[in-house]
Design a protein around this ligand. Structure first.
Ligand SMILES: [Zn+2]
Length: 486
């Protein structure tokens, strides 16, 4: 059998206030090009980098959350290469001795299964700038029209690079791993996790191994994948391409490829450069990074309960299905809301059902997080009360729920205003049934001569008169009584 062997390299932009080695703002998305720069991040002669505390703190949090061993003393190095968006001619990174090593995460695969993916290392590095190919969507086209522009705003933005071991065995697992990493980073506000904005980027390497004879293909790297879906798609494509070549006995070239959205294929960029091409050497302008035991302890205490553990707890404590627990736990705000609402309603399963169904649908439709809406746990408690006491029907509850989310008005008030309170007054229902009986005596005779199916006619008539507000179980009961006994 042919099996994929996949490892990921993830660049996560740290949510610091300033860049890694200067005091420029790290919030550059949508800023005027080349405005968030200074002599340090553009590498002017005579300037010196100074490592910011925020960068250390956030990368340390990531390292601890990924169960890494922290190197109390790590070093910075220069990765040398020429590119127009890198005015210094090198990137500061941690090559020889990174901040953290030998961690792991447990990735949920569904059906209660987990895959442990080992983390090889987590190191700090700075981002490079951006090139913009004017009036064209590709480098090839820009040769004819206009030129290439450079925006240095991203130079020096702090990144944590997270490198996994090749423990991932399918493209789907790769996507799930990527999502798990995103969720963990978001939980601690270490990274926004926004792949569309480039705040989280992924390079994936894949080789294919024949499990029968142990033979393995060369490793191919797919660069710059910018969505979770494309991680899976690009790797599926590569897995098929490499497998096909192996079946035919062809050689696979060790190379770097890129996922092409338009053609839904990967395209060769270059045959893989060796690491020595970068001529790494120790950064002479920065002292070693010393992390005290004290800082490690303090940071460890600030790490919240992680999504995987929370999922396990939701299953055990609230009896939720694994799928619901996973979805609710993946988002910190959503899971906090759930716990507070479940506490108020005393009905965790019903609360989760509403959140999984109606709430998540509304959030997706409106592109909002739960914190951006006016919904409070108290609203859920009120809504479930109305439903439980039979004051409104579940259809009506669904009807008013979007208004609750957008206006923040209590469900009971909206139901009152819209006249949605369910009619459970037997006397009122009896009047409506009698009306229907006198309006259609033929149907009454039919029922009494044994055509019990006619009952639905009377129920329908009452529902129509009360505009769907009558409690169906009471209507049913009263209608039977009147038709059978009179
Ligand atoms: Zn700067």
């Amino acid at each position: 059998m042919l099996q994929a062997v996949i490892g990921l390299e993830i660049h996560a932009q740290l949510l610091t206030v300033t860049k890694a080695f200067c005091s420029c703002s790290a919030e550059t998305f949508g800023e005027t090009v080349n405005s968030a720069v200074c002599p340090v991040c553009t590498g002017q002669p005579g300037t010196l980098p100074i490592l910011g505390n925020g960068t250390v703190k956030l990368s340390l949090m990531a390292a601890l959350a990924f169960n890494c061993r922290i190197n109390r003393r790590s070093f910075f190095d220069r990765k040398n290469y020429f590119y127009p968006d890198l005015p210094k001619g090198y990137q500061i990174t941690q090559y020889f001795r990174p901040l953290a090593e030998q961690g792991f995460i447990d990735v949920r695969l569904g059906n209660g299964q987990k895959r442990r993916v080992r983390i090889n290392r987590i190191h700090i590095e700075e981002d490079a700038g951006k090139t913009i190919h004017e009036g064209a969507s590709s480098i090839a086209a820009s040769r004819d029209r206009g030129g290439t522009l450079v925006d240095l705003n991203r130079c020096g933005i702090p990144l944590a690079e997270i490198v996994t071991e090749p423990d991932i065995t399918s493209p789907r697992e790769a996507r799930l791993t990527m999502e798990t990493i995103r969720d963990i980073l978001r939980y601690m506000s270490v990274c926004s996790g926004d792949m569309e904005k480039g705040d989280l980027r992924c390079d994936a390497n894949i080789s294919v191994v024949d499990t029968e004879d142990g033979k393995s293909s060369q490793r191919v790297e797919v660069k710059n994948i910018n969505s979770f879906r494309f991680v899976e798609k690009a790797l599926e494509f590569e897995f098929e391409r490499i497998s096909e070549a192996m079946r035919k006995g062809h050689q696979i070239t060790k190379e770097t490829r890129t996922w092409d959205f338009a053609s839904r294929t990967t395209i060769s960029m270059r045959t893989k450069e060796e690491e020595s091409d970068y001529r790494y050497f120790p950064e002479p302008d920065l002292p070693p990074l010393e992390v005290s035991e004290n800082l490690i302890d303090k940071t460890r205490r600030e790490i919240p309960e992680m999504p995987d553990r929370k999922t396990d707890r939701f299953i055990a404590e609230y009896g939720l299905p694994e799928h619901d627990s996973t979805v609710l736990s993946a988002d910190r705000e959503l899971s906090d809301f759930f716990e507070r609402a479940a506490g108020l309603t005393g009905k965790p399963k019903e609360t989760a059902n509403w959140m999984m169904g109606e709430l998540i649908r509304i959030l997706k439709e409106q592109g909002l997080t739960i914190g951006q809406t006016l919904l409070k746990p108290e609203h859920m408690a009120d809504l479930l009360d109305l439903l439980d006491s039979g004051k409104i029907s579940s259809n009506n509850a669904k009807e008013i729920f979007p208004d609750v989310v957008t206006t923040g008005v209590m469900p009971s008030e909206i139901a009152e205003e819209k006249g949605l309170h369910q009619v459970d007054d037997e006397a009122e229902i009896e009047v409506a049934i009698r009306e229907a009986m006198s309006a259609n005596p033929k149907a009454v005779d039919q029922y009494r001569s044994g055509k019990k199916g006619v009952l639905s006619y009377f129920i329908g008539a009452v529902m129509k008169k009360t505009r769907g507000r009558a409690d169906p179980s009471i209507v049913n009961e009263v209608a039977r009584r009147l038709l059978e006994n009179e």
